[in-house]
Design a protein around this ligand. Structure first.
Ligand code: PLP
Length: 383
């Protein structure tokens, strides 16, 4: 006999014992869906797409392989080679986001402190809230420079974890190696996570320092330069004995077979990755130059994106970009009129510059006034 349909009246009453930290949170709302046919400059993705060889390899997966739990030894060996580390110095995770989560499971109790410098990647605060940790948040300076002295000071309080995105998202700015060394020397009882999601775009990495610093953890992702954001693969690189603690906090099968296969194939063609990185660097310089000519202020970026202050023209610019199907990320947390724009293909970026120019207006002497210290009004230049 069919079950009677469930109505409000006959639904059982039950209390869910939800943790206070979860009650206190709001559910994450993705900034945008239905992005496929737009110019997607809002998530720092590789908008050129992944290597076609990746799709060919995925197409060759057999039904039996898909039905088996994945094996990690060989893919880990191959990907460790890509990073230039030993297999036991590499932990693979379900995307870079999950690489960050594991630090909370390993080091952070409810009520303990994590140190971050904002504006930065929001997932550090996100996971800290779920863990009911205290967040000590320092601020980047007006020119988006890293607050080194304050960080060294704050480390004296021995936070459990310090997260530094390098290059930082959304500012694009880099913390120097000397500054990171000073941090590591000062962080005697803190796990120092250098989140290098954009490392390929600047060629800077601390990964060769893991032998010296057992409290150094380098987080990486295959979502950006390698172009695999849809498949979700990230990594943590650290001293083998330190990484062993993170492994204890991991589920047995954290990474799926398709992501492993895709990353192996994509990283085999280093030349293609280098070529893509060079394209992004050249296009980034062009965009900075063009937006600068329109009077917008850009901050020096070492990533595949640029932080822009559109000043008093921001509303008009944002409206025009939206109307043209160009997605960018407004960043009011960096300042009024600020936005982070991913560096897409040259064609996509030409569309951005064209739209900004039209929004600012074609008349001469109509310019953006950006930056607190912008003393002179720049003259509009035809592009
Ligand atoms: C600084 C930083 N870290 C980590 C990530 C996580 O990337 P994913 O989860 O796609 O690997 C991102 C993504 O935008 C990022 O900007």
């Amino acid at each position: 006999m069919d079950e009677p349909s469930i109505t409000q009246e006959n639904r059982m009453n039950a209390q869910l014992p939800v943790r206070q930290a979860i009650r206190d949170r709001r559910t994450y709302e993705a900034p945008a869906e239905g992005r496929a046919n737009k110019i997607r400059l809002d998530f720092n993705e590789n908008t050129a797409g992944c290597s076609p060889a990746v799709l060919q390899a995925l197409g060759r997966l057999s039904p039996k392989q898909a039905a088996m739990y994945p094996e990690y030894q060989k893919p880990t060996q191959r990907l460790a080679k890509y990073f230039g580390v030993k297999p036991d110095e590499l932990l693979l995770t379900n995307g870079g986001d999950d690489a960050l989560r594991v630090f909370f499971d390993t080091f952070v109790d409810a009520g303990s402190t994590v140190l971050i410098c904002e504006p930065t990647f929001p997932m550090y605060r996100y996971y800290a809230e779920i863990a009911a940790a205290k967040v000590e948040a320092l601020r980047y300076g007006a020119e988006m420079n890293f607050p080194l002295d304050q960080t060294l000071n704050a480390l004296q309080q021995k936070p459990r974890v310090l997260f530094v995105a390098n290059p930082n998202n959304p500012t694009g700015t880099l913390v120097t190696r000397t500054a990171i060394r000073a941090i590591l020397e000062a962080a005697t009882e803190t796990a120092v996570v250098i989140d290098e999601a954009y490392a390929e775009f600047c060629g800077e990495s601390m990964k060769e320092q893991i032998a010296k610093y057992p409290h150094l953890f380098v987080a990486r992702t295959f979502s950006k330069a390698t172009g695999l954001a849809g498949l979700r693969l990230g990594a943590v690189i650290a001293n083998a004995s330190s990484l062993a603690f993170l492994r204890r906090a991991m589920p047995p099968f954290p990474v799926n077979l398709a992501a492993l296969l895709a990353a192996e194939v994509a990283t085999r063609n280093r030349r293609a990755i280098r070529r893509y990185v060079q394209d992004v660097q050249q296009t980034r310089a062009w965009v900075e130059n063009r937006l600068g000519a329109l009077g917008a202020k850009t901050f020096p970026s070492a990533g595949n994106f640029v932080l822009v202050d559109f000043g008093d023209q921001a509303r008009a610019v944002f409206r025009a970009l939206e109307a043209s199907g160009i997605l960018i990320r407004e960043r009011p947390d960096c300042g009024p009129g600020f936005a982070r724009i991913t560096i897409g293909t040259r064609k996509e970026m030409e569309a951005v510059v064209r739209t900004v120019r039209n929004a600012v207006g074609r008349r001469e002497n109509r310019t953006i006034r950006a930056g607190k210290n912008a003393k002179k009004r720049l003259t509009f230049i035809e592009l």
